[in-house]
Design a binder for this molecule. Structure first.
Ligand code: ADP
Ligand code: MG
Length: 426
């Protein structure tokens, strides 16, 4: 019973630290850490190993039992070979002070498992949950068997079957639970990313409609001028004016298409510092045709170099979603005012419209998946994406709204770097 109790204590600790790390640390640090967080996996798994060995079940003959194998295997699978090697060293260093014959069992069995994990870690990551569970529990079974066989060889004592069953059973069940939980949280994260992507393709197709309209205008103007150029009586001055205007209009059409394409193509994840003003200007360039369709005028007052940390493409997606909502809130035209200013250690982005506004009940439902008042024209996912991205960037959102008066969204984001300068864009 003592063995079972100590193993359960190990399991609870592993579960709490793994979940806490996945839910809070990785989610929040994603914009601070670069691509992967191997060192974080190493730290957490290393800490779990220390804890498991410190609170292990100790036999009188120099053997100790605990669930250290779980962080050794899963840490290695998610962190890679270097993590595996470091975890192996941590196991040896932590186990060493306890002495006894068990050290040799630890050494050989953990070395064997570490080698297999290094060898299989790529394969493991490409498997589905069921196969991952199978691989992890097979390794746990192999480890447990080899521990008891080696123990038997080293001590010449018969295997205590009750112990062997309790240890193996608890180890396998714990391995199943921890692996399954890690996978559930990871899949949840993948799903949230998918929502972000599907919302983006929705915006892409909605913008495409107004884009074709916007491109047709400069093309019609160009056609008109080219037609006028056919006139043989035209003097040189007029000719070059017509040509210049035609070229200008074509450039405008090209710019509209270029901006649209750069937004619609899939973006790679890239966390870096970026300038808020640049992203607002780019978003407005994209939304101009849409705003024109709704007779909406957009005014901006943007502080020069407000630099923040995050993924520029996702931040731009947030701006698009918020401003697009503002435009849609003014079906008969109106004004949007966008201000980006420094306030203390934060950058504040205010997006204010003169649209239909929201009731307090509607405000409280913002960010709830599929909440939309636009019937079949809305997805109810735009604000979900906005809240998720801003939260991941360590920022916050404030909403003020009055029915038939308008709405103001304020995004507050921690500043990365600040240089002075003012820029106006109308
Ligand atoms: P969708 O735009 O597809 O409906 P969103 O998540 O972007 O979904 O927005 C959810 C809802 O929030 C909208 O349907 C609308 O009722 C409300 N909303 C968002 N922004 C504004 C705004 N600026 N003015 C009025 N209502 C808004
Ligand atoms: Mg929307």
């Amino acid at each position: 019973m003592g063995l079972f109790k100590d193993l359960l204590f190990n399991l609870i600790f592993i579960l709490i630290t793994t979940l806490a790390c996945q839910l809070f640390v990785i989610d929040r640090l994603r914009y601070v850490l670069t691509k992967n967080c191997k060192w974080l996996v190493t730290c957490i798994a290393g800490f779990q190993i220390l804890f498991c060995i410190a609170f292990s079940y100790r036999e009188t003959n120099g053997f100790i039992f605990d669930l250290r194998l779980i962080p050794v295997i899963l840490g290695g699978f998610y962190g890679g070979p270097i993590t595996s090697l470091l975890l192996f060293i941590i196991v040896l260093l932590t186990r060493l002070p306890f002495g006894g014959n068990g050290i040799w069992v630890t050494f050989f069995c953990t070395a064997g498992i570490t080698l297999i994990v290094c060898f299989l870690h790529k394969l493991y990551q490409s498997q589905n949950t069921r196969k991952k569970l199978f691989i992890a529990t097979s390794l746990a079974t192999a480890y447990s068997l080899s521990v008891f066989i080696l123990k038997n060889i080293l001590t010449d004592q018969p295997i205590n079957m009750a112990y062997a069953w309790i240890y193996t059973g608890t180890l396998i069940a714990s391995m199943l639970i921890v692996t399954y939980l890690i996978e559930i949280v990871r899949q949840n994260e993948i799903l949230r990313e998918a929502v972000l992507k599907s919302e983006k393709s929705e915006v892409v197709s909605q913008l495409a409609a107004s884009l074709s309209h916007e491109v047709r205008n400069p093309l019609t103007v160009t056609r008109g001028f080219l037609q006028m150029l056919k006139d043989p009586m035209l003097d040189q001055g007029k000719k070059s004016f017509y040509l210049d205007t035609a070229i200008e209009e074509l450039d405008r059409a090209e710019l509209i298409i270029k901006e649209y394409l750069s937004f619609s193509k899939p973006q790679t994840e890239n966390t870096s510092t970026f300038c808020i003003r640049m992203e607002i200007v780019k978003a407005l360039e994209l939304l101009k045709p849409y705003a024109n369709n709704f007779s909406v005028k957009i005014q901006t007052v943007l502080d020069g170099d407000l630099v923040i940390m995050g993924e520029a493409s996702k931040f731009q997606q947030c701006l698009l979603n918020i401003i697009k909502n503002s435009i849609e809130a003014m079906p008969n035209g109106g004004n949007i005012c966008i201000r980006a200013i420094e306030s203390g250690a934060f950058a504040s982005v205010h997006i204010k419209d003169t649209g239909i506004g929201m009731t307090p009940a509607q405000i409280s439902r913002l960010g709830e998946p599929y909440f939309s008042t636009k019937q079949d024209k809305g997805t109810g996912l735009g604000m979900v994406v906005v809240y998720k991205v801003i939260q991941e960037m360590g920022g916050s959102i404030e909403t003020k709204s009055a029915l038939q008066k308008g709405t103001e969204f304020t995004l507050r984001l921690p500043l990365g770097k600040w240089r002075s300068g003012q820029f106006r864009h109308n």
